[in-house]
Design a protein around this ligand. Sequence first.
Ligand code: PHE
Length: 334
Amino acid sequence: MQDKIEKLREKALKLIEDVKSSEELERARVSLLGKKGEITGLIRSIGKLPPEERPLAGKLLNALKREVEEKIEEKRKTLPKVRKVKIDTSIPGRRPKTGALHPLTRIEEEIVDIFMRMGFSVEYGPEIETDYYNFTALNTPEHHPARDLHDTFYLEDGNLLRTHTSPVQIRVMEKKKPPLRIISPGRAYRFDPFDPSHSPVFHQVEGLWVDRDVSFSDLKGTLEAFGKELFGKETRIKLVPHYFPFTEPSAEVHLSCPFCKEKGCRVCKYTGWVEIAGCGMVHPEVLRGVGIDPYQWTGFAFGMGVERIAMLRYGIDDIRNFYENDLRFIEGLR
Ligand code: PHE
């Protein structure tokens, strides 16, 4: 046994001597003093020796253990603690990217903000709608082409993805009594191809004002004030007769082209005007359907395309840019 211990001692001291890094030192420590280490193994085997040999073996092994521990500590002090990393202080720093709101979100917030300053409050409605709110209550009879399978995403349970934000008009008028002055921003869906001017998902801001004696000129004044706020003082608004089942009369809202100031350019297709919204006086049938007496109350409504306005604002000619999340595009618009 004594021999064995002496041999192990030599081996252990050599092992520690030869170590060149702190990793190697740790490996050496484990191989000697770890749970399955050689010294630990010998200490455990003391119990198997004849009783008269045990005291000496114990003494020697304890001494060995202590000596090896000390040597390891000594060695540790001679080894470099961390590998030295060379730092080149002349390299320019890398600026961390800051997060920012998506351009559509920012334009939507701007639109909402302008209307809030005109006294409108904000309401929200569900994107999954029933046929009733999306069509029927909006005076859209069953044979109306807007119900065509090609335009609407129908769900298996018979519900649909709202094709516009107008169902929120109904939900609000069912809940609250006039006078009402609300806007409702949100997503809408149509079964359209994804091309430069169409996206199957897009954003609208709906507006609704119901009060006594609300007139078509109130509608025009409101939209004109909005246009000037968003695109500048020279901006003009033109209402072009149109048809919507839920408004009468109805119009398309045309905005004087913010790029060429009505001179005609590529953006406005050389007409000087761009369409940004649909609008009209709330149809008496729609009011009656939600229990509002059309002889007592009148209202106007509008629904504007957020993408269209953002494209005009930023001078973008392809709607798909908003949905591809290419950071080079999104950051370029800040
Ligand atoms: N909902 C119509 C559309 O999406 C726009 C609209 C809203 C028209 C309100 C009139 C009144 O095309």
